[in-house]
Design a protein around this ligand. Structure first.
Ligand code: UTP
Length: 480
């Protein structure tokens, strides 16, 4: 039996009694759902957050000393070192020490796609979903070592049912069902500028996912970390759901992380301009730290070296390796807030005290999110691996313009054309030098230029306007 009187008392003591303002008008199931949401909130912690982040604006403390973070790249390191790291990574994958981890709990508000972003059709010829693109890579990598790689998929309460149904409907894209583990991230309520939790409707709080940094506690509370331990997984290969060029499991990155006994590592690439919306990988008081693009003082962001390059050019692309032991360490104390929150002022529809839904035109509330990269300064050792944008990064964030589906499709075709040409296949080009055919290479055919070069029929002919798909069973479309 729900003790509503006790809940009212608790809400009163935290100044949130309005949350039960419409309780008596609700039916029994609505009452139960509302109470469950309220009981999911740690009001003592919330009071602290309201005082630290909402009633006063958090003062960003960037630290005393900011320097560019040292990055390694395949170009700057010696070939022996790189080959050794790659070999180590392959050994770890073959020994079953690596799991893939995608965080797919975001709301994707900028893209505005109806449904979980991972279900978006995102490839140029076969129109595969993002989830399928990653699944094929993970499947191919497992097959390459004669095994299966476990895949952890973080969802949010908002999209969990839809994501699971999508995987079921697609038969887990050929992966063994027992090797796909879903975990649901936590939520945070939207809070008005005067510290009141907002109701989205009379029977629901205005909740939203607590940021990709919520994955740290979700890995622990969902049992995913225990599941990893039972499988003897040591390294977690973390990536975002929106980048079809991502290398979900990269032997080089994993090997470097392991050989340097790192706890959390990050991939970086040179920013295209100082204002590109990527976090800046910096050294703050000697610790690798990401400073959000919006938090970077303009004079620091735009500063250049003597040869005209950006002083702070290393952008973080949301690709990490985390040691399982590190995540265990971070979550050892359940109640400790291991990552800080970031404040974002948003327009959040809410129900006012008369029960009317208000759709504000101006920001009226604060959403609090954690970012996974805030775990970097907590790591004793970090490897930052610089990668190439054209090979590994073309995210789908916006409906149009930069970082949208059209730019990502273009970049996928461009990369496929480059791989084919490097393997000796000629690709038609238009007057601007762009590939004049739609080309898609499934990871089931080849995940790297080297694999492609080994398998491809150099005699294949691609004509202007062709749609060519290289899949599990070879080539479809174009001319053989
Ligand atoms: P973004 O920062 O791009 O956020 O997420 P988003 O929610 O997808 O999109 P916008 O900002 O609303 O337009 C980067 C990655 O982090 C995941 C996203 O799913 C994406 O893979 N993410 C983000 C979560 O898993 N949970 C969150 O609470 C936020």
């Amino acid at each position: 039996m729900t003790d509503v009187a006790a809940i009212r008392k608790q809400l009163d003591s935290h100044g949130q009694s309005h949350l039960l303002g419409f309780y008596d008008q609700l039916d029994v199931s609505q009452q139960a759902a509302l109470v469950e949401q309220i009981e999911g909130i740690d009001f003592d912690q919330l009071d602290e957050l309201i005082s630290d982040y909402i009633l006063k604006r958090p003062q960003l403390q960037i630290g005393e000393r900011i320097e560019p973070a040292p990055v390694v790249s395949a170009r700057s390191s010696g070939p022996v070192e790189i080959e050794g790291a790659r070999r180590r990574g392959r050994e770890l994958i073959a020994a079953g020490k690596v799991a893939a981890f995608v965080v797919a709990g975001g709301q994707g508000t900028r893209l505005g796609y109806k449904g979980p972003k991972g279900c978006l059709e995102a490839t140029p010829v076969a129109h595969k979903s993002l989830f399928q693109v990653f699944a094929e890579q993970i499947f191919a990598t497992g097959r390459g070592v004669g095994g299966s790689i476990p895949w952890y998929v973080m969802t949010s309460p908002e999209n969990d049912t839809a994501v699971r149904a999508f995987f079921r409907a697609h038969h887990y894209f050929g992966l063994p069902e027992q090797d796909v583990f879903f975990l649901v991230q936590g939520t945070m309520p939207a809070i008005s500028f005067n510290g009141k939790v907002l109701l989205e409707s009379k029977d629901q709080l205005a909740l939203s996912p607590n940021g990709h940094g919520g994955c740290i506690s979700a890995l622990h509370s969902s049992g995913a970390l225990d599941d990893m331990a039972s499988r003897d997984v040591e390294l977690i290969s973390y990536f975002h759901v929106d980048n079809p060029l991502v290398r979900c499991i990269d032997p080089l990155f994993l090997g470097l992380h392991d050989l340097q006994a790192a706890q959390m590592s990050a991939k970086s690439l040179p920013k295209r301009d100082p204002f590109e919306p990527l976090g800046n990988l910096c050294l703050v008081d000697g610790k690798v730290t990401v400073i959000e693009y919006s938090d970077m003082p303009q004079e620091v962001a735009t500063g250049t070296t003597e040869d005209g390059h950006l002083h702070f050019s290393a952008g973080s692309i949301g690709v990490h390796v985390l040691s399982r032991s590190f995540v265990q360490q971070l979550t050892a104390d359940d109640r400790r807030r291991c990552l800080p929150y970031h404040r974002a002022d948003k327009c959040v529809p809410f129900v006012d005290e008369r029960g009317e839904v208000i759709n504000p035109a101006e920001p009226n509330a604060v959403k609090l999110e954690m970012f996974v990269f805030d775990a970097l300064p907590l790591a004793d050792k970090t490897v930052l691996l610089e990668t190439e944008r054209s090979e590994e990064f073309s995210p789908i964030k916006n409906t149009s313009g930069q970082d949208s589906l059209p730019t990502s499709l273009h970049d996928q075709i461009r990369r496929a054309a480059t791989w084919l040409e490097a393997a000796g296949v000629s690709v038609p080009r238009d007057a601007d030098g762009q590939a004049a055919a739609a080309i898609e290479i499934s990871p089931l055919f080849a995940s790297t230029p080297e694999q492609l070069a080994q398998k491809i029929d150099r005699e294949m002919v691609i004509a202007t306007g062709d749609s060519v798909y290289l899949g599990e069973r070879g080539q479809v479309g174009g001319n053989r």
